[in-house]
Design a binder for this molecule. Structure first.
Ligand code: ADP
Length: 509
């Protein structure tokens, strides 16, 4: 039997314990072969076992390394989180100056939960405060608009009567008194308009219109409107308009006009024996848009450096003597500033005390094609001639003094007047009479102007109805048009506006 391939340990045992002859026995040979196989199997298992334990150790080390890294990473994140919490919170804000333990995640989670709850509570409180503030602003603006209505009604009478009395032959003394009366009523009127406007802007109720208008014409009208006041103070107003400024612009002519007008009338107000220059330049043309530069420069009293910011705050004037000497409310520049904000722009000021002031800004506006036809109001020159003679007007008004004022004007223009003291009487009169124009007050007892207009529209859809009212809110204006009115005049009315509007609807051109 060849034992050379046998396991070395088995060979050792065979040569030690078995005589050579015994190896010839076939059974013994088979037995020894089986043992040899077992020896080798055992050897292989041992190797395998050793190998596998070696492998486990390596794997274990790798996993261990990975875990350590993860733990380090997690600790780093927790530390960062804690740092973030400390930096967010005021130290005193942390309950009892509790130092957060980064090893105890549960405490950290609890702490965060408390913080989240606190934040939610704070947010809810803020939301409530915001709602309350909004409600208060709403109530304030409603109160102001109501008050202004109440003030406007008698003011209409004062303005109208003052105007009429100035047309009469009066003594010099009386003329002087009337001038003072007019100055005060003008001021009061401006104040009411400013307050109402300001409250509207503050309540976010002003939206800019978009319609084509002639910008150069607008600026030139503003110059004309301020000319008389300027001459009274020996001031000249110069216009300098760049040739490149587009003729037609799309925007809110009323609001843009208000901005420039505020600045020009201030310039006139605070300048004597000097000049006011209104400059309009094209700063940049970008596609369909133009960036336009506006400036109003005067050679008047100027504003001291430390007052230059303050004058843009509400009810602030640079000088306490200002109201006494120049009148004014201290609201003009605030409104100007807010209107410019609505235009995405900002008002700037350069001034040296005693040497004058320059207010300037730029706005980006869309340029309209010159082909667009402007909607032209028939703006008949306000002449005391007989253009309205014989026009039949139904005046619907409940307040006796206002009836008297309106009647006095209408009589001067030789208008044929009929009066109804409320909407119901107007309706009755309308059923029998025919009118060219209806002047309709809105707030009246028994039947208000909205209802009366709706009823009249059932009988006659063509008769021009002009609202003549003391409430100047946009809501009321919208409603007037919705119920079928054709136009709107706010009281105290400007006689020229009343004349022009009656003419617009009654005179056939
Ligand atoms: P008001 O003119 O009604 O007082 P404004 O808000 O328009 O209110 O102006 C606030 C104040 O700013 C004025 O009272 C005046 O002191 C100052 N101010 C405005 N424009 C000028 C100007 N062109 N020159 C000098 N001071 C001015």
């Amino acid at each position: 039997m060849d034992t050379s391939n046998f396991h070395r340990l088995l060979n050792k045992q065979i040569s030690k314990h078995l005589p050579a002859d015994s190896l010839k026995n076939e059974h013994l040979q088979n037995f020894i072969k089986a043992i040899n196989e077992s020896y080798f199997n055992f050897e292989r298992d041992k190797e395998l076992f050793e190998h596998s334990s070696l492998l486990n150790e390596k794997e274990y080390a790798e996993i261990n390394e990975k875990l350590k890294k993860e733990i380090k990473q997690r600790r780093l994140s927790v530390d960062k989180l804690i740092d973030a919490i400390y930096s967010l919170e005021e130290k005193e804000g942390l309950e009892a100056n509790k130092i957060i333990d980064s090893n105890n995640l549960l405490v950290l989670v609890d702490y965060l939960q408390v913080q989240i709850d606190n934040r939610k509570k704070m947010e809810a409180e803020l939301r409530l405060a915001k709602e309350l503030a909004e409600n208060a602003t709403q109530a304030k603006s409603e109160f102001l608009s109501m008050m202004s209505h109440e003030i406007r009604t008698p003011l209409n009478a004062i303005v109208g009567m003052t105007y009429l009395m100035q047309q009469e032959e009066v003594s010099d003394n009386m003329a002087e008194n009337l001038k003072i009366l007019q100055f005060s009523t003008d001021n009061l009127h401006a104040l009411i308009n400013d307050i109402l406007d300001f409250s509207k802007i503050e309540a976010g109720k002003v939206e800019l219109e978009k319609a084509p208008f002639d910008l150069k014409q607008l600026i030139s009208n503003i110059k004309k409107a301020n000319q008389i006041k300027a001459e009274e103070k020996q001031n000249s107003i110069k216009l300098m308009i760049d040739d490149d400024v587009p003729n037609l612009i799309i925007g809110d002519s009323l609001r843009l006009g208000q901005i420039v007008s505020n600045l020009v009338s201030n310039a006139v107000k605070f300048t004597k024996n000097g000049s006011i220059t209104v400059e309009l330049t094209l700063q940049k043309r970008a596609g369909n848009n133009a960036i336009l530069g506006f400036s109003v420069t005067d050679t008047g009293i100027g504003i001291e450096p430390h007052k230059q910011q303050l004058i843009f705050d509400k009810f602030t004037q640079a000088n306490s003597e200002t109201t006494r000497e120049f009148g004014g409310t201290g609201l003009g520049l605030v409104i100007t500033k807010k209107l410019l904000q609505l235009h995405g722009s900002e008002i700037k000021l350069f001034s040296e005390a005693g040497k004058g002031a320059k207010f300037y800004f730029s706005v980006e506006l869309e340029v309209a094609s010159d082909v667009i036809k402007l909607k032209k109001d028939i703006n008949l020159e306000f002449q005391e001639e007989d253009i309205l003679k014989g026009v039949k007007v139904l005046l619907v008004e409940d307040y006796p003094v206002n009836i008297k004022v309106a009647t006095k004007f209408l009589e001067r223009w030789k208008v044929n007047i009929d009066i109804a003291e409320n909407g119901k009487i107007a309706l009755e009169k309308f059923e029998t009479g025919k009118y060219d124009v209806v002047l309709m007050d809105i707030q009246m007892p028994i039947m208000d102007g909205y209802t009366a207009t709706s009823e009249i529209r059932k009988i006659d859809i063509n008769v021009p109805i002009i609202a003549l009212t003391a409430s100047a809110t946009l809501n009321n204006q919208d409603r007037a048009f919705t119920v079928g009115m054709n136009d709107y005049i706010t009281k105290p009315f400007n006689p020229k506006e009343l004349f022009n509007k009656i003419a617009k609807f009654s005179v056939k051109s």
